[in-house]
Design a protein around this ligand. Structure first.
Ligand SMILES: Cc1cc2nc3c(=O)[nH]c(=O)nc-3n(C[C@H](O)[C@H](O)[C@H](O)COP(=O)(O)O)c2cc1C
Length: 246
């Protein structure tokens, strides 16, 4: 995944699109990339549907929306975040704008054994819609979410991950070459608690995608075990990473 590193400094949520359409080649390319995404949980089946944005409730003027359907299972929403963030980064490298759209709703929530997970708008946009480096990011500092960090470069990349309402629910605790990644529940109004519960699971997959790009780019090999999807408690263990010596 390290080939995605440079795109981390370019990607941005794109909410304004050009009238220009994707060429046939561009469409085929972004469609084909969906089948190259690395899953977090390979046993969970995921499918994609590309529809005109105008046929969805997405309020942006994008040409298309990608609808993501998945089997339900342990970490299914986190897996969706992990996979589709690779796609988000890849499209940035092609100059195609993307925005995760958690407010999306579909008429058919269920398709056979698959359940609707989330949608992402995408389409042609101005080159100015992207970032030009590691500035213009409104994010927590590494020290605000990662204790005991031994290689600050990893945190500096991972912290740039996007999240629903920029909530950045990730927390990391490191001791030597091992670190735990947690999902921290925020104090959100009761009405939106259900939505955040869902979105923040996607966010954790996005964060782990950034983390893996960072670790691979800096030459680390590592193993990861997933924790629990439990909704109990304020802080939930999502994964434990063990870094091999460099
Ligand atoms: C799971 C998820 C859901 C999101 N849902 C929406 C949405 O419904 N509407 C919207 O305008 N932005 C949405 N966003 C975009 C975030 O607001 C955005 O990623 C965050 O503010 C950081 O900004 P950036 O992506 O430009 O770096 C969503 C992002 C994520 C990861």
């Amino acid at each position: 995944m390290k080939e995605l590193l440079q795109n981390i400094y370019k990607r941005k949520s794109v909410r304004h699109y050009l009238d220009e359409k994707l060429s046939q080649e561009e469409y085929a390319d972004v469609e084909a990339y969906l089948h190259k995404l690395k899953p977090l949980t390979p046993e969970i089946h995921v499918e994609f549907q590309i529809v005109p944005c105008s046929e969805t409730n997405c309020k942006f003027n994008a040409e298309y929306c990608l609808l993501v359907y998945s089997e339900e299972g342990n970490f299914w929403l986190t897996n969706v975040g992990y996979m589709l963030e690779q796609w988000d980064l890849y499209l940035a490298s092609k100059g195609i704008g993307v925005c995760w759209y958690g407010m999306g709703k579909v008429e058919e929530e269920r398709q056979c054994d698959l359940v609707y997970a989330i949608m992402l708008s995408f389409g042609k946009c101005s080159p100015e819609s992207f970032r030009n480096g590691d500035y213009d990011f409104n994010r927590k500092s590494v020290n605000d979410f990662w204790t005991g960090i031994t290689d600050i470069r990893i945190g500096e990349i991972a912290r740039l991950a996007p999240s629903a309402v920029n909530s950045q629910p990730w927390r990391v605790e490191q001791v030597d070459n091992k670190f735990n990644v947690y999902r921290q529940k925020g104090n959100v109004p009761l009405l939106s608690a259900q939505l955040f519960k869902r979105w923040n699971k996607v966010d954790m997959g996005i964060f782990m995608c950034f983390l893996d790009v960072a670790l691979e780019s800096e030459g680390y090999t590592f193993s990861r075990t997933l924790g629990t999807e439990s909704d109990e408690g304020k802080r939930v263990l999502v994964a434990t990473y063990t870094l091999e010596t460099k």
